[in-house]
Write a protein that binds this ligand. Structure first.
Ligand SMILES: NC(=O)c1ccc[n+]([C@@H]2O[C@H](COP(=O)([O-])OP(=O)(O)OC[C@H]3O[C@@H](n4cnc5c(N)ncnc54)[C@H](OP(=O)(O)O)[C@@H]3O)[C@@H](O)[C@H]2O)c1
Length: 356
């Protein structure tokens, strides 16, 4: 019997998870949430670029969606800018008996690291509804949990783990959230919310602690660092136009200190076009982006992940992969014991690929 699934939001990530749910055998789309008035009432297929109508139309009526008693909701609504509203939506589903897989509320990729204000209401709702919640994506998510765990499965001894996203965001059409998060287009004296003390660690400290817990080591401290690169010439790309003196690249990291040294590090080198920050690392082989893990130890292991190909831009591919990460986890999350879960509590093989 198919799992009955609701898609919550139809934005950058949501339209891809919606398409994936509709197309995937074993899943039945039973509801779609859209907040924008111009989307409410439209067929789900139209909202994700499919031709054949599904008969399921978008609604902004949360109570109607709760009443469907679906097996799972894929929650991809923007949440970092409206965490209390997202928390209210999610706990309502969990308490009503509907499991949640989400790309939103990125602080929950490793729940033991998350603040109590976020974790406790969700745990209570899971207990009340007998339900499970899982948050993941490509980064944070795959790059900081499944990718390094795959590398660590090959190591006899790990001395240092470096996880990097090195990505050209120039083709990503999201200046309002992603661009603003990295401070792109601002002057270097403007500190974006991501670089306020504690924010980087709240997001990428979770995957560091997940790996430390798997390795049985104690993280003594989470150290944050960030720097920006300002354009020397005008840079024009899909995301925005950056004038000289404005930020066109950001490099930031969270370092997990073990035995007094940075032993587990999650670093980003994010730029707007290859023009930006020429002295910072680039992905290998001339590629526009990489999610990479480098384990120093015995033996050394390096895995470079490139999403996208000739027909799919790497930024679009990152969004599709994030949506797939959530949708592919639905059967495992529906079968898991109640509670807030994470990658290392779930069966690792959440793979899926539709062959034409
Ligand atoms: N871990 C990862 O790798 C990863 C990668 C990408 C994104 N994410 C996370 O996934 C989430 C979605 O990202 P996105 O790029 O798809 O975001 P987005 O396109 O900016 O927004 C997603 C949707 O959220 C809904 N929304 C926005 N404001 C709302 C409001 N005030 N009330 C109700 N709904 C609202 C809208 O849905 P409708 O259009 O349907 O009205 C919007 O299209 C974010 O939380 C982001 O941080 C995680």
């Amino acid at each position: 019997m198919s799992l009955r699934v609701i898609q919550f939001s139809t934005g950058n990530v949501g339209r891809h998870s919606l398409r994936s749910i509709i197309n995937r055998p074993g899943l039945e789309l039973v509801g779609v949430h859209a907040s924008s008035p111009d989307k409410v009432g439209r067929d789900a297929a139209e909202l994700c670029g499919l031709d054949a109508a599904t008969g399921i139309t978008a609604t902004d009526d949360l109570q109607a969606l709760l009443a469907l008693k679906a097996d799972c909701v894929v929650y991809t609504s923007q949440a970092e800018t409206r965490p209390q509203a997202a928390l209210a939506d999610i706990t309502a589903f969990l308490a009503a008996g509907t499991n949640v897989v989400a790309t939103s509320l990125v602080w929950l990729v490793y729940p033991p690291h998350a603040d109590a204000w976020l974790r406790e209401p969700i745990e209570a709702a899971c207990a009340a509804g007998g339900t499970t919640m899982f948050v993941n994506g490509i980064d944070p998510g795959f790059s900081g949990d499944l990718l390094p765990l795959a590398a660590l499965s090959l190591t006899e001894r790990a001395d240092e783990i470096l996880v990097q996203e090195i990505f050209d965001y120039g083709t990503y059409d999201d200046a309002a959230f992603t661009g603003a998060s990295f401070g792109f287009g601002t002057t270097p004296d403007t500190v974006p919310a991501l670089f306020l003390p504690g924010v980087l660690a709240s997001i990428w400290g979770g995957p560091i602690r997940l790996l430390a817990d798997r390795l049985g080591v104690q993280v003594e401290e989470l150290r944050e660092r960030h720097e920006t690169w300002t354009a020397t010439e005008t840079i024009t790309c899909t995301m925005m136009t950056v004038e000289p003196g404005q930020v066109a690249a950001a490099r930031f990291a969270v370092e997990g200190i073990v035995h007094g040294r940075p032993a587990i590090v999650m670093e980003h080198v994010n730029r707007l076009t290859a023009q930006a920050a020429p002295e910072w690392p680039f992905p290998p082989d001339g590629r526009p982006g990489v999610h990479r893990v480098v384990v120093r130890g015995v033996p050394g292991v390096e895995i470079n992940t490139h999403v996208g190909d000739e027909s799919t831009d790497h930024n679009m591919a990152g969004v599709i992969a994030t949506a797939a990460k959530a949708v592919n986890a639905i059967p495992a999350v529906c079968a898991a014991p109640p509670g807030l879960t994470h990658l290392s509590d779930l069966p690792v093989a959440q793979a899926h690929g539709l062959m034409p």
